[in-house]
Every structure is written in C-alpha cells, then in structure tokens.
Design a protein around this ligand. Sequence first.
Ligand code: ADP
Length: 475
Amino acid sequence: MEIFHISAECYPMAKVGGLADVVGALPKYQKNAGNEVRVVVPAYDTKFRKENDFECVHWGTVKLGNFNFPFSVLKECTDKLGYELYLIEINELFNRPNIYGYEDDIERFLSFQIAALDWIIARNKVPDIINCHDHHTGLIPFLLKFAYKYENLKDVKTAITIHNGLYQGWFGFDKLYYLPEFDLKHVGFLEWNNSINSLAVGVKCANAVTTVSPSYLDEINYNANGLESLFNTVRNKSKGILNGIDIEIWNPLKDPMIAANYSIENFEIGKQKNKEKLCEQFDLDPAKPLFSFIGRLFEEKGGDLLPQASALALSEHFEDINILILGSGNSEIESHLIQLRNDYKGNYNVFIGYNEDLAHLIYAGSDYILMPSRVEPCGLNQMYAMRYGTIPIVRRTGGLRDTVIDFGDDGNGICHDQASVADICYSINRAVRLYEDKLNFNKVLKKGMSADHSWESVCQEYIEIYNLIIQQNEI
Ligand code: ADP
C-alpha cells in the first residue's frame, strides 16, 4: 500500500524530540515490509537541509485566507533514509532555524498541511493511507473529508498518532477563513471549548487514532489537557502501540558518535571507556556511578524536580556519585541547574542545549538514566539507555510503565510512583546500593541490553490498523 506520513519533525532532517525519531524510523520498517512509504515535513533551515541535495518535484501557491505563499515540494535525491523524504518549502514561513516557537506557528503549520494536500492531489494518484502526527497535522483528516478542493481524496483513510496530547494547536474562529472552503454544516468538527483545536479535529475525523504506548491510551482518558471526554468517545477506533527504536542508528556496536563500541559480550570495557571520555569532558570522577538526564527541561519531564533532587542526592552521597544533565527548556530550571555547578564541582555538571552526539555518548557512558517524568507518552530515552547498557530510573507513567520493571520484581530498571524529589532520591539511594552489588547490577543491565525494542514487530501493528480502516467503508 502507499502510505504518507505527514509530520512537523523527522530525524535526521528536523528533530526536537521523540516525534522525529519515530517518523524517521517507522517508515523505513514499513517500506522494508513491502509498502511504498513517503514522509513529508516542512523545509526548515536545518543542517540536513543544507548538506543534502533535493530536486523540485512540484510547485504551487498556498492560499491561506488573503495570503498567498509560493511553495515547492523538494524530494531528497539519494533515498538513503530508507523511504522517500519530501520537504514542503515555503520560504517565508519555514526558512528559519527553529522548528517551533514562532508567533505565526498556526499560519506556518496550516500552510504546511494545505500545501502537502495540494501536492498530493496534484499527483493524480490517490494514496491508501495518510498517517498524521500530533496537532501540527491534525486538520488533514478534516480537510480530506470536507474541503471541496480535496474531493478526489475524500476516500483516503487517515490515522492520527498522538505523540503528546498536551500540545493541541488551538486557534480562534477568527482564523476560520484560512481554511480551504468546506460545507459549513461540518464546522462542529473543528470546535472544542469555543476554539478550533487541531488535535481534537484530527482525533474526531481520522479513521483511527493511535497513541505511542498502551498505558498512555489509558492515561489520556483522565489526563489530556481538556480532551479526556473526547478520547473516551473515540476509544473504539483507538489503539496504543508502543514505539520501537531504530536499532541501526542506536547500536552501541556500530555507533560512530561514541568513544568505544561494544556489545553485551564486552560492555564492561566499552562502557568504561565511554564513561572516562564523558567524565573527562565534564570534570567528573569515572570511579563513581554516573546518573544522567537527557531531555527537555519542562515540568512534564520532571525538569523542575531536577535541581533540588540533584542537590539533595549529591549532599547525601557527596563522595559517591556523579550527576550530568543535558537539556534545555524553561529558563528558570536551566539557571538553577547551572548554579549547582559551583556547589558540587567535580561531582556534577550540566550542558544546556541540544547535542545529538553528546546524547549518544551519555547513553553509552552513564550507569543510570533519570526519567522523573510527570507525563511520558512513550519515552525513547529509557529504550536507548537500556540498549546501551544504562539502567533507567523512571517514574511509573505512560510508556515508562510499559517498558521498565523494577529490579525488585526481577526487572530491568528502578521505578517509583510519585513525581517528587523524595521519590527520585529514594531511587538514587537504591541505585547506589545496586551499583555496589556488581553481580546484580550487571544482571539488571543485561536484561535491558538484551530486550528487543526494534520497530520490526511494532511496524506490523500499524499495518494491521491501516488494513482494518481500508476495509471499513465509514467510521
Ligand atoms: P520527547 O519527545 O517528549 O522530548 P522522547 O523520550 O520521546 O521525549 O524523545 C526524546 C528524544 O530527544 C531522544 O532521542 C533524546 O535523546 C533526544 N533529546 C532530548 N533532549 C536532547 C538534547 N538536549 N540533546 C540531544 N538529544 C536530546
């Protein structure tokens, strides 16, 4: 079948978080399974965009109310990603270094969705499936069903994958005129709490809804930033599918971004070399256990708990542990984390920013990865960490609940229930004791390393859903 993934992110073209990793990997495995798979993302001004060749396959003009934006569709020339990558180039809106965070994000992503559909309809070939991802592409299922100009695509089946239900892309009805003309009797599909809510629109209109883990599907019934009742209503067309990881990119045996390659056979030497490099770079002591955090520094990730939890754990175990943090986000959290450097020199460090290479080295060189998340729809860090022989310390929520089992229950990690400083420190205490018991420590570590989180089996679950909705005439 022919599958389109339309998304705001796709690794390696444009990445902020897990959305990019999923959209950069799932299509490859779907293609390997015999499908024609195309990925469409905006043409941001990123490193990948600058360093690779693209050919223009289509051009046109996006009409957004009274605005007209010329656009081109660029195809990545080499096909080296394992699927066809297409960029929607709208210079005025996307020729910028960041992916999100601009005042005109609504206009940017509406134009992106309309341009993508304008191109798809112009190809004169109707795809079988369009898989949308998060709110940035949530209007597509509505537009396909009801916009007059996409009449020829109205039978295309759509799925929307929820990577994070907290962000919903609201905008006022004063911008309704941005949308291509449609029969106004369907306007109710756009509305949620007196606004146009892009995520809600996608959830209402798509033929299938998927979340990135089974537990997250349960959670959004009672914690979805106002959309709980909607998620309840669409439960019969929803499925939670745990994300996989790209085991070709995330492979400690071949990873070019780490200091020494290793496998489960020789992890002790390999990890030690990576740890030494990391500790040298960040003025830490490789003889002590290294606890790391990688991620967006926001409350949803428990980022606000990190400064106090780090300070408390370091005071209690001043001689015993290292803590290293890589991330960016809330400026108050960032400055608290930076301040701690002065108090715990030699045991603590932080890198504020985004750095893909460093993230790989941290997964390889750390003993533990901290994930004190309040919300974690799937979480990829714990899966990458386990593959690199780093034990996850997680709060039981969403996908963390589905992938990490406490070592007390013969599992692969350390778990706690509350998003609190006390719970994090309690888990760190347990981790310090486990680290001293090398036999048990290695047993837990190996459990994680030998787990199979590859996309191969997971990818089939998506195909099953696509087949199911293709067979249905209407929802
Ligand atoms: P989310 O998508 O909610 O941010 P995930 O766990 O699903 O969280 O995915 C996070 C991805 O982003 C992982 O690949 C992680 O390594 C990466 N990442 C997050 N923050 C950084 C950072 N500051 N530098 C490098 N990689 C990062």
